[in-house]
Design a protein around this ligand. Structure first.
Ligand SMILES: *Cc1c(COP(=O)(O)O)cnc(C)c1O
Length: 388
């Protein structure tokens, strides 16, 4: 426990959070994400306590609620934005442009120009074409090169979509210089929901090898962007935020010494600040003697719960009948797409007496839900957001 944890429940404590209490007792006319921005502030403090002098750039895509950005500006967070829209959002809530990094490696040239005009000075790249775009639209800007890392032990590993291999990264540092840019360092992402801090070790070793090669090649790098990956509680024990962040930083400092470090937590900042209030639409069996039930909720893969894909992220559920007998269920969403099944390979245990109309609260849902909620798929409105 740090002083920041005093008076707040531990992150893996299953007693109801403030947002959960609110979601249990209020009526909503559609699935609603209830967000507690005080919890976001608490998470910022807890992460910062562990990260020490590293700068936190909140990954806006995890949850772009205006009130979250506003609160994070107030407490001194920096931001990682992926588009003009996210940059405008941060600026509109009072973020200073110098505190916003443009971390998407695939940028629209006009968005780069917009960011540069607004005062953003730091951009990500993993390809020569991207460096050319940055040089043309943000002359002289700082850039960091995103590295591909292998063997992520994360529950939600980031694919090979972003980053480049070491040799390419070194060539890109040279190219950035030729183009008049300021190559500041490297970034990587260890994979989202990396549950234990020691899982970072092998990934940091890979990054260190490229970092050392860059120094040998004469590049005086000053910035290491360690990305996100800070976990949330989804049923498996995780370290408290401060201990986790401190564990990561110990490993970073042991390898990279006194460099400037920035971190981009998304999930770890907002997941446990939100719960979803949902409702059971139908409980059924496919035949009379089948042991398990099908439970259909009014929220599914296409209206906020995209991270149930491959059952990678396992949300926790609370119902008013949790003191009754429990049994296994296949849990599905409401849309007419047969892929809209949330958990089937590993069933969910829910009260045997659960019936249509019952409230189901989904815990630790503040990250990657409202942002993934597609607009109106199959006629179901997107996830509503209610800040308390
Ligand atoms: C999504 C994203 C993050 C946030 O990752 P989490 O695992 O949610 O912490 C950080 N950095 C970049 C570049 C991202 O795209």
């Amino acid at each position: 426990m740090t002083m920041h944890d005093v008076g707040l429940p531990a992150r893996d404590d299953l007693s109801p959070s403030r947002a959960e209490v609110y979601a249990r007792v209020h009526a909503f006319d559609r699935p609603t994400l209830v967000l507690d921005v005080d919890r976001v502030e608490h998470n910022f403090d807890a992460l910062q306590a562990g990260l020490g002098d590293a700068h936190i750039h909140y990954a806006v895509k995890a949850n772009p609620a205006r009130e979250i950005i506003e609160r994070l500006v107030q407490v001194g967070s920096h931001f990682d934005a992926a588009s003009r829209g996210e940059i405008e959002l941060c600026l509109s809530q009072g973020a200073r442009a110098e505190t916003i990094s443009f971390g998407n490696t695939v940028k629209r040239p006009s968005d780069i120009a917009f960011a540069y005009e607004a005062g953003v000075t730091l951009f990500a790249a993993d390809a020569e074409e991207e460096l050319q775009k940055i040089a043309e639209n943000a002359p002289g800007a700082g850039v960091y090169i995103r590295l591909i890392v292998e063997n992520s032990q994360a529950d939600w590993p980031l694919s090979r979509k972003f980053g480049c291999h070491g040799e390419m990264a070194l060539a890109l540092l040279d190219r950035a210089k030729e183009l008049g840019l300021d190559p500041a360092g490297f970034s990587f992402h260890v994979g989202s929901q990396t549950r234990r801090s020691e899982m970072w070790g092998p990934v940091l070793d890979q990054v260190l090898a490229v970092w050392a090669a860059a120094h040998e090649a004469g590049h005086k790098l000053r910035l290491l962007n360690i990305g996100g990956g800070f976990p949330a509680f989804y049923g498996e024990v995780i370290e408290p935020a401060t201990a986790y962040a401190a564990g990561v930083m110990r490993q970073v400092r042991a390898r990279f010494g006194d460099v400037l470090v920035m971190a981009e937590p998304g999930r770890g900042m907002v997941a446990d600040a939100g719960v979803i209030a949902a409702e059971v639409l139908l409980v059924s069996r496919k035949s009379a003697n089948e042991l398990h039930r099908w439970v259909y909720l009014d929220i599914g893969k296409f209206s906020g719960l995209a991270e149930t894909m491959d059952e990678a992220i396992r949300y926790q559920f609370a119902t008013p009948r949790d003191h009754e007998a429990m049994g296994p269920c296949i849990l599905a969403g409401p849309s007419c797409d047969s892929a809209d099944v949330l958990y089937e390979k590993k069933m969910v245990s829910l009260p045997v007496g659960l019936t249509a109309g019952d409230r189901v609260v989904i815990r630790n849902c503040g990250a990657y839900t409202s942002s993934y909620s597609s607009v109106g798929f199959n006629g179901f409105p997107p996830l509503d957001v209610c800040v308390i």
